[in-house]
Design a protein around this ligand. Structure first.
Ligand SMILES: Nc1nc2c(c(=O)[nH]1)N[C@H]1C(S)=C(S)[C@@H](COP(=O)(O)OP(=O)(O)OC[C@H]3O[C@@H](n4cnc5c(N)ncnc54)[C@H](O)[C@@H]3O)O[C@H]1N2
Ligand code: MOO
Length: 407
């Protein structure tokens, strides 16, 4: 595709996602890390448990370990002692019971632990208010985790619960993928602090933050000016990124230099423009070994473009299948008439209450892509298909909450 090609048809969302992800390859380089440094990283290999847990029978409640065959109706049991936490348990003496605490080793010979709530102590004698079931409140060896079970699959993102599970299995180091390297440019002389009517650059810090939250090692590549030779030279010099994100300069205007600069710098344009609102002017390309995704300049369009396409590229880089878009169902807590023609993404938050057992979403903002203000209170993004002309109160909606997957 050339930089002048304004007539090529717009991609639909699925085709654009497929194209975007086809431009990146899963990372294969790995590094070895201590468990404490692995949060948010992607596991390089499937980890299996080497132990069945618990290794030995342990009490599930504070109470008394006893042998069911010692119980006689109406008779108590002498309390022969206490099993201290962390201590080796003595054998259970014949005809007696032992005081035991949650997690302590069950003494050999005991086949139930009766909780303190179900007995009373009369001096050194235990009175039982009921007969326990065989095995009651005993965590049997291997009952919680099999040996050889999967602890963490290759490419899973390491979340706090994985840190706990691996620690419980005595794993203190693990092999993770190197982070995807993402460089972010913004474009436009109006963002230069020296210009007379300068605007704050919101997209670059936001895209750096989005990529970092998705697990990338991010590099701030700065601001590209509205000058074709200068943009070309900056792109031609670029090394060491897996994915380059830009915002702005990708539409039709005379200052929209990204496409010609990418070609002049030796790159390729693989796709341009997606049938979606907002975010139509978006570019998918390559620059040397890196993919380059040119997001629109309007800040909300850059934000949605990241969620729809760049997030899928990052998932692919880390060996994952990109998650489904808008996987959850909810009901509209608003009535909205719109112009059909393009699928539309808009910010939402959860309203109080439910309709037919489903969460209710409130639409935020007025569909203006130049502002991030509606995101102040947003909890996710919802989607309506191209043909929809009205979303009535209570209508079904698809949406995706903002979550940093797996962490
Ligand atoms: N004739 C046409 N004009 C426009 C079209 C079109 O199809 N034909 N598309 C419109 C749409 S939709 C969008 S979105 C914008 C996107 O254009 P660009 O990607 O080329 O973005 P810019 O023109 O560079 O900037 C647009 C807007 O966003 C502001 N901006 C840019 N970068 C940042 C940043 N890092 N932080 C904050 N704000 C930023 C910029 O100042 C402009 O206001 O084009 C429409 N026009
Ligand atoms: O599609 Mo633009 O991205 O409307 O704002």
């Amino acid at each position: 595709m050339t930089a002048q090609d304004h007539s090529s048809p717009m991609l639909d969302i699925a085709a654009a996602r497929a194209l975007a992800t086809s431009l990146v390859d899963p990372i294969t380089e790995t590094e070895d890390l201590p468990l404490a440094a692995a949060l948010g990283r992607f596991c390089a290999e499937t980890l299996h448990s080497t132990l069945a847990l618990p290794r030995r029978a342990r009490a599930a409640m504070d109470g008394f370990a006893l042998r069911l065959s010692d119980l006689r109706d109406g008779q108590g049991l002498p309390i022969a002692g206490t099993i201290a936490a962390g201590a080796e348990a003595p054998d259970l003496p014949a005809g007696a019971c032992l005081r035991i605490f949650t997690g302590a080793l069950v003494p050999a010979g005991a086949d139930a632990v009766l909780p303190v709530e179900d007995c009373t102590e009369e001096g050194a004698t235990l009175r039982l208010s009921r007969r326990p079931e065989p095995g009651e409140n005993i965590r049997a060896p291997g009952s919680e985790q099999p040996a050889g079970g999967v602890l963490l699959r290759a490419h899973a993102r390491i979340a706090p619960q994985h840190v706990g599970l691996l620690a419980a299995n005595g794993i203190t180091r693990l092999r993770v993928l190197r982070r995807p390297r993402v460089g972010v440019f913004s474009t436009g002389d109006e963002l230069d602090a020296q210009s007379p009517d300068s605007l704050p650059d919101s997209n670059r810090p936001m895209l750096l933050a989005l990529a970092a939250a998705a697990g990338a090692e991010v590099t701030d590549l700065g601001l590209l000016p509205d000058d074709l030779p200068a943009v070309t030279a900056r792109l031609a010099d670029l090394r060491g990124q897996d994915l380059i994100l830009t915002s702005g300069a990708v539409s039709m205007g005379g200052r929209d230099h990204l496409r010609p600069a990418l070609i002049a710098a030796g790159g390729r344009i693989d796709g341009w423009r997606v049938a979606i609102k907002p975010g139509k002017p978006i570019l998918f390309g390559e620059l040397g070994p890196a993919a380059i995704t040119g997001l629109p300049g309007n800040p909300f369009s850059a934000f949605t473009g990241f969620h729809l396409f760049a997030a899928a590229q990052l998932a692919t880089l880390t060996g994952q299948i990109p998650p489904l878009l808008f996987p959850l169902e909810a009901r509209a807590g608003f009535d909205w008439s719109r112009k059909p023609g393009r699928g539309e993404v808009f910010p939402v938050r959860l309203a109080h209450g439910e309709i037919d057992g489903m969460p209710v979403l409130q639409r935020l903002g007025a569909g203006v892509s130049a502002t991030l203000f509606p995101l102040a209170e947003a909890e996710g993004l919802a989607f309506v298909p191209a043909e929809t002309s009205r979303v009535g109160f209570g209508a079904r909606l698809r949406w995706m909450p903002f979550v940093h997957r797996g962490v």
